[in-house]
Ligand binder design. Structure first.
Ligand SMILES: *Cc1c(COP(=O)(O)O)cnc(C)c1O
Length: 441
């Protein structure tokens, strides 16, 4: 029995989500739409299997087909990135990063990563993450101009002698200085891990410099610009094996049995499919168009008078700095854009004057819109809508006091519910979106 008859409740919610995905513009830079082939692979009977261990070395019988799937995924990952070793089992990006700590550090060791409010990821040593409590985290920052402060990385690394240095972020709009941070790691003896969760697809497309010549270890999610299922990979480079010939085994042992149990074989199959797609010339065109679109969107926003962190972008995302209208205003623009069917997320900006919950920025990205076939003209259209929404909410300011704040937010939400201009824009966005099909819907 299929889902519709077996579970109409879930089916109904799924139908609503399908409608939401089709009728709105997705600008969250970590999201994307997978192909029907990837969806097919995820929904297979590989989910029925237990296969703890690695191909040819399993704890359970009956793994001959799973072995073939996992070997294929590993081989495609090695070929695509030009590395000698790939582990495709991490459940997601966060456990992949945790496995890197397990493979390279002891609890209490000093580690360095980009500070979270400066765009870094939780798992690069932020204080509420296990990576910031089990290890001695020494975060580095971006300068006031929004670029990574490489001088500070040098200073902190010489002082603290970290075991592991991360380069990678969730909200960084410029090319990562892989070469410069590798020089720091090499001089101070640290392992250098790059986390390309966001930009993996751009690296494959040649639209961002590859970290492989510089890093010992590369981690990536498979569900962002790589356009695969939710999952992750850990790659070990030749440079990594030269530093520690056991590094590949250490990484494999950290993933299993160090951190995880049985791999999600249906995900492994879908990762293999996504990597196969990423080997096609059309994927290169996709990755390059993502960047062209981001630059077009950034250009459009600047034309409407918005301020962007660093003044633009080198990759797939940009950060709107809303402080010219007052601190902490990200929430207003996010919710008002949601109202018209444009999905973004509020985000901190460098030297955030407000808080992580009420940040002063908005993060936008083009990977999902590009998958739907949107190009530069559509980007100017979207910029125009964002500007129109910005105008509607221009008068709202975030008050300092908690009670005043609650009252303002309540009034704001009522006002956007009733706003006729937003209602009309919602119709325009819906009509526009339906011209760009979402795979699998
Ligand atoms: C998304 C992301 C992760 C974590 O991925 P999850 O799959 O959400 O756990 C790790 N690092 C960076 C830089 C990311 O952007």
């Amino acid at each position: 029995m299929r889902l519709q008859e077996r579970d109409p409740e879930i089916y109904r919610i799924l139908a609503a989500e399908r409608r939401r995905q089709r009728e709105g513009v997705e600008l969250i830079p970590s999201e994307n739409y997978v192909s029907e082939a990837v969806l097919d692979a995820m929904g297979t009977i590989f989910t029925n299997k237990y296969s703890e261990g690695y191909p040819g070395r399993r704890y359970y019988g009956g793994n001959e087909n799973v072995d073939d799937v996992e070997r294929l995924a590993q081989e495609r990952a090695r070929r695509l990135f030009g590395v000698p070793h790939a582990n495709v089992q991490p459940y997601s990006g966060s456990p992949a990063n945790l496995a890197v700590y397990l493979a390279t550090c002891q609890p209490g060791d000093p580690i360095m990563g980009q500070n979270l409010p400066d765009g870094g990821h939780l798992t690069h040593g932020w204080k509420v993450s296990v990576t910031g409590t089990y290890y001695r985290s020494v975060p580095y920052h971006v300068r006031t101009d929004g670029y990574i402060d490489v001088d500070e990385v040098w200073r902190l690394a010489r002082e603290h002698r970290p075991k592991l240095i991360w380069c990678g972020a969730t909200a960084y709009v410029r090319e990562f200085p892989f070469e410069q941070l590798a020089a720091v790691a090499d001089e101070t003896g640290a392992f250098f891990a790059t986390d390309i969760a966001h930009i993996a697809g751009l690296v494959i497309a040649g639209a961002h410099k590859s970290p492989v010549p510089y890093a010992h270890i590369v981690t990536t999610t498979t569900h962002k610009t790589l356009r695969g299922p939710r999952g992750a990979m850990i790659l070990v480079t030749d440079k990594g094996l030269a530093k520690d010939p056991e590094l590949a085994e250490r990484v494999d042992r950290a993933v299993f049995p160090g951190l995880q149990g049985g791999p999600h074989d249906q995900t492994t199959a879908a990762i293999a499919v996504a990597l196969g797609e990423a080997m096609q010339p059309s994927f290169g065109e996709y990755g390059r168009q993502v960047v062209v679109n981001a630059k077009a969107l950034a250009h459009g926003l600047l034309r409407y008078g918005f301020k962007l962190v660093t003044g633009g972008t080198d990759n797939h995302m940009m950060l709107l700095d809303l402080t010219p209208g007052g601190a902490g205003r990200g929430v207003f623009l996010q919710e008002a854009l949601d109202r018209v069917g444009i999905t973004v997320n509020k985000n901190t900006i460098p030297k955030e004057p407000s808080s992580a919950f009420y940040p002063s920025g908005i993060r936008l990205g083009t990977p999902a819109a590009t998958t739907r076939g949107m190009r530069e003209p559509e980007m100017s259209r979207i910029a125009e809508w964002i500007a129109a929404v910005g105008e509607v909410i221009e008068e709202f300011r975030l008050p300092e006091g908690r009670e005043e704040r609650t009252a303002t937010l309540r009034a704001f939400r009522r006002s956007i519910e009733e706003n006729r201009r937003l209602e009309a824009l919602r119709g325009d966005v819906r009509e526009f979106c339906l011209k760009f099909p979402v795979p699998g819907t």
